[in-house]
Design a binder for this molecule. Structure first.
Ligand code: FRU
Length: 496
């Protein structure tokens, strides 16, 4: 594996010739793990979604990008647009680390509309000669030609008193004629928190204080906060770092989750809720960002990856992708996530595999590769002894390799197991993940398989498992097995 020196990590895109970048892109395009319908970088490393906004008849979405290889080096913003959340146009690199206030990275931030123009607020990351970090929160405006005007000096320069240099990821919204921003932060006692700012013009910002979410000692840093309303309730979504595993929860290196408050009185900064809940139960999910659609839906996307974890494509000089866009709703005090309805546009031929009763193993005959949507409905007859059902994806002919999903109604749990799926990676963080499901007399799984990812939606979004997988040639098989009789139906759509 290539070792990147600091000098290499902080070289600018302009230090590389177009020919060099083209060669790199050609090489990356040869990778067997390139996705078909997920947003991924043509070269280098993608991380957080940024600036996700609907404006002027289309969706604008950016991502954190280090162009030259699969390492967290000098970050840029890469820009895409879409009219349907399915087909994305690559607009190219949009923000460069080209000022003294963002010299070491254009870090994460969000989009908002002001005076009929798309604006963004992001964290300019600076390193001093002594390699000390200085965070700056910078506002920029998109001009008609797509270029950005950065308003400098920064709207918020450096860190406020009481916090370390980990202050970043502003998420802006407008409410009652004022602009607000939540920003992730670390207190000087090295605990994570979120700061709330407000502004009349989105240029001069006043610190209102910390949001008191009743979690005074919950990890060492909270990244990528987001605050929005659904059905009159306030949702605070963030990615805390430094949470220890607890039962089936918190097994990834870092978490993403939320709290829901009936009522958030912003002037009191107090957010009362029934506890932090993890948003996704899979292996690879972090740094979410949401946007509101013109018809009032709250749409979420996330980085399908995690910091400080090595992935199999690192040696190919590219890494990661974004999740599919999902619509959020609140049900029984929980956030539920459904794939956005626009995604049906990806569907091609549908095959219905003879449904009915099943009490043994069934191989699903199919010619396609790992690019499909699968829907499995299982009903467990109440008289049966409720033996588990397993669905295996990415199987090889010898039945040695597979991604296994186990539904166990006796304990009301669903477990995914990637221990024998494709190229193993991140095994230090465990090879299974488990979710408890309230209702298991009948279970519905909607699964999106792309070349190197599996996204599972349980019972219409009541739970999700989002994971990267790296199956190799021929590992495309599927089978369903029931230990006792179940009633099932299974449908597969090939996807464009
Ligand atoms: C989250 C994060 C953000 C930061 C960005 C830098 O993954 O660490 O906090 O702004 O990535 O790329």
């Amino acid at each position: 594996m290539k070792e990147w020196t600091r000098e290499e990590r902080y070289k600018k895109l302009s230090d590389y010739s177009d020919d060099y970048m083209e060669e790199l892109a050609k090489r990356v395009a040869q990778s067997p793990f390139r996705q078909h319908y997920h947003i991924q970088p043509n070269t280098g490393l993608l991380n957080d979604p940024n600036g996700f906004t609907y404006f002027d008849g289309k969706w604008h979405l950016f991502y954190q990008w280090f162009p030259m290889g699969a390492v967290h080096g000098l970050k840029h913003w890469f820009y895409l647009t879409s009219t349907d959340l399915v087909n994305w146009n690559e607009e190219g690199v949009a923000l460069l680390p080209d000022t003294e206030y963002d010299s070491h990275g254009v870090y994460s931030g969000s989009g908002f509309v002001k005076d009929g123009q798309l604006h963004i607020m992001y964290t300019g990351n600076v390193r001093t000669e002594e390699w000390e970090r200085v965070p700056n929160q910078i506002v920029a405006r998109m001009e008609a030609d797509g270029s950005f005007t950065k308003f400098l000096p920064p709207a918020i320069a450096g860190k406020p008193d009481g916090y370390t240099d980990h202050v970043r990821d502003p998420k802006v919204w407008k409410q009652h004629g004022l602009y607000y921003a939540v920003i992730g932060a670390q207190r000087t006692d090295e605990t994570g928190t979120i700061l709330l700012y407000r502004s009349k013009d989105a240029l001069e910002w006043e610190l209102m204080g910390e949001i008191d979410a009743g979690l005074p000692d919950f990890g060492f840093m909270w990244e990528c906060p987001d605050l929005f309303e659904i059905d009159g309730k306030t949702v605070l979504l963030f990615s805390p770092q430094g949470i220890e595993p607890e039962g089936d929860r918190y097994h990834n290196i870092f978490q993403t989750g939320y709290v829901i408050a009936d009522d958030f009185r912003m002037d009191e900064l107090k957010l009362e809720h029934n506890g932090f809940q993890e948003l996704d139960a899979g292996f690879d999910f972090y740094a979410t960002q949401t946007a509101e659609s013109p018809d009032g839906r709250r749409i979420l996307t996330a980085w399908m990856g995690l910091p400080d974890v090595a992935y199999p494509t690192d040696s190919e000089d590219w890494a990661h992708c974004l999740t599919l866009p999902r619509e959020l709703a609140i049900k029984d005090g929980k956030l539920i996530q459904k794939p956005v309805r626009e995604l049906v546009a990806l569907r091609k031929e549908k095959t219905v595999y003879d449904a009915g009763l099943l009490s043994s193993e069934k191989t699903i005959e199919r010619n396609g590769g790992n690019c499909y949507e699968l829907q499995l409905d299982v009903a467990f007859p109440t008289s049966a002894d409720h033996a588990p059902v397993t669905l295996e994806l990415c199987e090889d002919a010898a039945n040695d390799k597979r991604f296994r999903i186990t539904l166990d109604p006796s304990v009301k749990k669903i477990t995914i197991d990637r221990s024998r799926c494709g190229i193993p990676f991140a095994e230090d963080f465990g090879t299974t993940r488990t979710l408890t499901v309230e209702q298991m007399d009948a279970v519905k799984l909607q699964i999106f398989v792309d070349t190197s990812s599996i996204e599972i939606f349980v019972n219409d979004g009541e739970g999700t498992f989002t994971s990267r997988v790296f199956p190799q040639a021929g590992e495309t098989g599927l089978s369903l097995a029931a230990g006792s009789t179940i009633d099932y139906s299974l449908e597969i759509w090939e996807l464009a």
